[in-house]
Design a binder for this molecule. Sequence first.
Ligand SMILES: [Zn+2]
Length: 235
Amino acid sequence: MHRFALLMSAVFLAACSTGELRLVPAEDWRGLKPDEAASAASFREVSRKIGQEARAQCKRSDRTESCDFGIFVDLDPAAPANAFQTLDDQKRPAIIFTRSMIESTRNTDELAFVMGHEAAHHVLNHIARQSKNASIGAAKFGEAERIRGKGDAAVERAQKLGAKVGVQAYVQDFELEADQLGTIITFNAGYNPLVGAKYFDRIPDPGDSFLGTHPPNAERVQIVLETSRKLGLSP
Ligand SMILES: [Zn+2]
């Protein structure tokens, strides 16, 4: 499980440990329990503002097929705190928050920052770029095995490993890119990314493990600070 940010392949409403994802559009989210009503109202407001700014950034950058953002809540009560971006079958971007993710944010700035980060992954076309990196890695590793005279099974194993290595090579750069643009989206939507990034203080630090999908939290905070300074914000 990747907390906060999970780049999925271009499969929508696909496999999930508990079966089909059941989603509610952000504008219709009212919470399922009385104590969720307040955070649901915040979520609707943040979704509207971040959605608007994400569309504007997306159209300006013109790197993806669709800028028609959908923002949803995953109804699964057992789903851990997570937010991720994916594409539907028409390549439209979808940002999905689990209920526990919404509950785990402390204010609208944090909610906006997490949403801005996920929106940035789409504006920067990360899913397509990641899948291209996987293909290149698979082709290189597979070809190397073939040249060594290995059979189909060994070539296929090498391709699978190559795909992973190809993704791994850029995954942390993508996270930092998304933090940078996410900071801008958060700010332009009327929220404070410096307050929003406090969310990092509460999530486990992946440190600098070689196979980590996320950069160390300190590196991410640094990007937010630098970008905020350029926007004229100071801590
Ligand atoms: Zn991310």
